[in-house]
Design a protein around this ligand. Sequence first.
Ligand SMILES: *[C@@H]1O[C@H](CO)[C@@H](O)[C@H](O)[C@H]1NC(C)=O
Ligand SMILES: *[C@@H]1O[C@H](CO)[C@@H](O)[C@H](O)[C@H]1NC(C)=O
Ligand SMILES: *[C@@H]1O[C@H](CO)[C@@H](O)[C@H](O)[C@H]1NC(C)=O
Ligand SMILES: *[C@@H]1O[C@H](CO)[C@@H](O)[C@H](O)[C@H]1NC(C)=O
Ligand SMILES: *[C@@H]1O[C@H](CO)[C@@H](O)[C@H](O)[C@H]1NC(C)=O
Ligand SMILES: *[C@@H]1O[C@H](CO)[C@@H](O)[C@H](O)[C@H]1NC(C)=O
Ligand SMILES: *[C@@H]1O[C@H](CO)[C@@H](O)[C@H](O)[C@H]1NC(C)=O
Length: 619
Amino acid sequence: MLCGAALLVISFSWAVIAQPSPEDLAPLLAGLERQPQIRQIDRRVPLSTNDPTVAPLIDLQVFAPPVTPKNATSCTEILLEHSFGDGSYNAPAVVEYTPPTHPSCGEVGKWAAISLNLSVYSIGTQYDRLSAIYLSHSEIWRSSSAEPTKTGTVWNTVKDVTHFTPLFAKTGDLMMDFSNIIAPDLLLDGVFEVIITATFYAPTKSFPAAVTSDVIIPLSNLNDTLPNFFTITDDVGGVTDVALPDTAIEAYVEVFCSGNSAEEFWYLNTPDEFVQDFPASSGMIGKGPFREVQVLVDGQLAGVVWPYPVIYTGGITPSNWRPLTSYGAYDQPTYWVDITPFIPILLDKRTSHTVTLRVVGQGITAPSFNSNWFVSGSIHVRTGRSKTTGKMTSYSAPKLKISTVGGSSPGNTTVWTKVVAHRELKIESELHTSEGKKSVRFSQSLDFTNEAKYADEGWIQWGEQTTTGTTTSNHEGKEVLRDAFTYPLSVFSNYSLYTEEFGAYGSEINQTHIRALQPPIGFYRAIQSVQHARGAIGMDNWPGLRHAINGTGATDQKFAYVDGRGETYFRDIAAKNDGWVRDTVWGSLCDANPPVPPHQIFGPGGGPGFRRMVNTGLP
Ligand SMILES: *[C@@H]1O[C@H](CO)[C@@H](O)[C@H](O)[C@H]1NC(C)=O
Ligand SMILES: *[C@@H]1O[C@H](CO)[C@@H](O)[C@H](O)[C@H]1NC(C)=O
Ligand SMILES: *[C@@H]1O[C@H](CO)[C@@H](O)[C@H](O)[C@H]1NC(C)=O
Ligand SMILES: *[C@@H]1O[C@H](CO)[C@@H](O)[C@H](O)[C@H]1NC(C)=O
Ligand SMILES: *[C@@H]1O[C@H](CO)[C@@H](O)[C@H](O)[C@H]1NC(C)=O
Ligand SMILES: *[C@@H]1O[C@H](CO)[C@@H](O)[C@H](O)[C@H]1NC(C)=O
Ligand SMILES: *[C@@H]1O[C@H](CO)[C@@H](O)[C@H](O)[C@H]1NC(C)=O
């Protein structure tokens, strides 16, 4: 048996206003307890290369597969096939998208579900590269890459994109940015071979057409040829002119965001107040660890996102994440802000209107964060039959509460810092719509704590962070959005020997993602992912760019998913030294995303590890 099913009774409450509640968590924990006992096959497939592993190595981010109808007709179409190699940096692939016409796909726009399968193959050496996929200039998928092996690596991720039905129902441009750099002088030769397929499911009696928004308005730079996310480097943010349909009844912003470059590890950045404690040679990055992504309507704060820190496959210690990535690496979480309370303002014809996506950090001088953040999104609008009127009745968005403290021992041998932040927001409106009067109340309550300890002039760092919060929105007594989350992250990193000849570095990371989400479009889902990773890398001395020559890394993960349709997905998975240690999948959705095949499983010792020729720098 590859994939086991376990029966589970699900009960959850819609009304709890708190972080993931006991009712959210109980079915996740109960499901994990029911792990089927499956004998692990201990088998190796050695390959005679200096990077000896199974070829192609299956690399993955754990995800719960999309829920699709069991007996429906469906069709699968290739949306894009592209090779992201030399010259692909800032040069997205753009192809025309047309809705599928074959009868097995179901009626255009009336699908039960749509899923996308992003499949990538790469062979050689490459950094982790960021990717974004857009349909008609709305971002629909943010992901990153594996750092491939020299014998080839493949990763497939499947994502439910049903809530983008209005975009899939019309002709448009499909854009994929996967900015890659091929540089033989830096030994970077890994090209990304991408295939994206879409599967459209016709509705059935027991699985009717999905209820989605009617109109999707991109919040992006709308460029035809360049990546569409805003590259945010200042405190102004990315501004989109927005004209909402007069009949708008509901409007929700979905936000995609990620820190890049000096912001990739924003949660480990040092508060400006303490950067001076370290010698310049340590290269401490300032502006602190707190980040808020804001959604503003006509310049007024409408809601915020306190993002989950996605660690990419090259993040902190690359050997930690091959072949099992951190949660979110190949399908980043997105966030919802209900701007329905702003509909009366957005429909005021006397002025034009904007929606801004902005990033706020805690730097003591502007900009408040480092360069840069990639942010975009869209507004999902549901329309009625007549013009909506109304007014905002209450607006409360007190200033962010944030405190930064810290200290150091004599001579700054050790330094500590602590940042605590809290945010409350509550906005209410009364709308008159074709569906009648609607009292709308959007609220957020968020908490953040980040403690850092440093030794060895900052080359050794312990960072411990927890972000928790609840976002809810209620329309005339109906809870249309609830996002209750807890994201603890603990990172120990040791770069003591980084600058030595044949240097080394390593880390130990615990990361948890617990989130109970009733999205405004689609079904309730709760996820708990608990990961532990540990690894070290040895480097050569090649001038210009020092390369990893060997490394160890081990990651294990327990993952649980339950949703409002009674579907479940559980996985207990571990990888070590470039090989799979174990993989057990159970729950009702297990067949749609089964464990890695037995010939990829090395057993408890893991793979042979990461090794490559020492580069002397001589031609
Ligand atoms: C699917 O079809 C099979 C055979 O046609 C039937 O036995 C089964 O009950 C159907 N399942 C659902 C969920 O409709
Ligand atoms: C995704 O696409 C790849 C490549 O086309 C294919 O090998 C894989 O089976 C697909 N996965 C699913 C779940 O459809
Ligand atoms: C896209 O961006 C480029 C570079 O900024 C600019 O020259 C071009 O006009 C833009 N095109 C569109 C359609 O916005
Ligand atoms: C310790 O940090 C302070 C700033 O807080 C700085 O002025 C001082 O030079 C540092 N001392 C050493 C030995 O680095
Ligand atoms: C991670 O969790 C494990 C198990 O609880 C613990 O032993 C270890 O110290 C933790 N490491 C970090 C860096 O938090
Ligand atoms: C950091 O790594 C070095 C080299 O492996 C080791 O000697 C040292 O003990 C480590 N420091 C800590 C605090 O673990
Ligand atoms: C890498 O190789 C060096 C030199 O052979 C060795 O000292 C070190 O322990 C190795 N490191 C890892 C992480 O395997």
